[in-house]
Structures are given as C-alpha cells and as structure tokens.
Write a protein that binds this ligand. Structure first.
Ligand SMILES: C[S@@+](CC[C@H](N)C(=O)[O-])C[C@H]1O[C@@H](n2cnc3c(N)ncnc32)[C@H](O)[C@@H]1O
Length: 210
C-alpha cells in the first residue's frame, strides 16, 4: 500500500513538473498523453467536439483542415458530418497522432480523411483550398505562431472560417487578446466568440473580398 502511494505521488510529481515545463516551452503534447487529449472535458462545454463542430457551421461537401489534429477527437466526427463528398485534412507534426487517427478511421470505415505530417507554418498547405480550419488547443504549442496563422489564412478560401479553441486547463493556454492580436495580424476578422475568458472558441473570417 505504501509503495502504491509512493508511486502515485511520483507520477503526480512527474506530471506536474512536465506541465509546468511545457507551460513555458512550445513542446507538442506527447502522443502518450493522447488518452487525456481525447476526453471532452465534462465541465467545459465549449471544448466538446460536438459543440466546436456545431459552432463551425459546416455543411456536407466542405473541405476542412484539422490543424494539430492529435488523436482525432474532432477529425472523426468532422469526417462523418462532411460526408463522402467532403474531406478533412488531418494535419499533425507527430506521426504517432496521425497513425491513431488512421486506425480510428479504418474501424468506422471513413475514406474522406487525408493525412499530412507537417508543422503548421511550414507552408505545406495549398492556398485557397479550405472552407474551414480548426486549431483546437494547439496554438500555444506552435513556435512560430505568426507563420502558422498566415499559412491557415492563405489556405482558406475567401469567406472561409478559422475556429480557435483555448481552455485554461491546457498548459499552453493562449488568452483571447493574444489570439485576436495574432489573428488580426494574419489578416483575419473576428466573426464570433463563444464561451468565456478561460475557455472559448473564436471564429475568425478571411474577408470575402480577398
Ligand atoms: C493538445 S493536442 C490537441 C489535439 C486536438 N486538436 C484536440 O483538441 O483533440 C495538440 C496537438 O497539436 C500538435 N502540434 C503541436 N505543434 C504543432 C505544429 N507546429 N504543427 C502541427 N501540429 C502541432 C501536437 O502534436 C498535438 O497532437
């Protein structure tokens, strides 16, 4: 019993040190923690995959990039919603995350997901391709946030929408003002914002006239 307690304390300490360390580093969330990423936080509605997708106002046939898709918490329901004529590009810097998404897609027989192993901001996305882009608890992990938002801006069609979700429980949390400042610099216009100060989804539009 004492050994179990000791091991639990060690694990908790290790996790706390890692969380504190990653708060100040732009390290990607490791694949071994994807079980945690996959959970819809029961206390933060704005973080639920179904709510994020609902707020995104998508329609079957659209093309969407899930940037920093992780283990596919949003990719899989998105692919279902977009239907066979639509497509999701699941983009992540970690191969292990993409493998997890591919396994899930295979199990539920989804064929409308493209996989792209890349860092957002490296310029791998084609211009004017997407109706929607998602960046859910990813922004704080990206070393060059300005390049990342510029790439997503260029990848969206005119009138396309980028949805950014941030929650305070994420060690890489970015405030509303930071998100808005970075997004405006990239050329986006704020369209809507759901949630509060510590957990929100911001919808940012690429102006129609571009
Ligand atoms: C906290 S997880 C969020 C996963 C997913 N968006 C969700 O909400 O379930 C962050 C993900 O972003 C990915 N990531 C971090 N930096 C990245 C970058 N520069 N380019 C692409 N993906 C990145 C990580 O590998 C990780 O899978």
């Amino acid at each position: 019993m004492n050994i179990l307690l000791f091991i639990s304390i060690l694990i908790l300490l290790g996790l706390s040190v890692w969380l504190l360390y990653s708060r100040y580093q732009t390290l990607p969330c490791p694949a071994w923690l994807s079980w945690m990423v996959e959970m819809d936080n029961p206390f933060i509605k704005v973080h639920h995959a179904s709510i994020i997708i609902y707020n995104l106002d998508i329609a079957p046939g659209m093309k969407v990039v899930d940037a920093g898709c992780g283990p596919g918490r949003l990719t899989i329901p998105l692919a279902h919603k977009l239907g066979p004529l639509g497509e999701v590009v699941a983009l992540d810097i970690q191969e292990e995350m993409l493998t997890k998404v591919a396994k899930k897609a295979q199990i539920v027989n989804l064929h409308n997901i493209q996989f792209l192993k890349a860092g957002i901001g490296e310029g791998k996305l084609q211009h004017n391709q997407f109706d929607r882009a998602l960046l859910v608890t990813v922004l704080g992990e990206i070393p060059n946030q300005a390049s990342a938002l510029k790439e997503l801006f260029d990848a969206l069609k005119s009138g396309g929408i980028l949805s950014i979700t941030e929650i305070i429980l994420d060690p890489h949390f970015q405030s509303k003002s930071t998100v808005l400042r970075l997004a405006k610099t990239a050329g986006f216009r704020e369209k809507n914002c759901f949630g509060g100060r510590f957990a929100f989804t911001m919808l940012l539009e690429k102006p129609q006239d571009l």
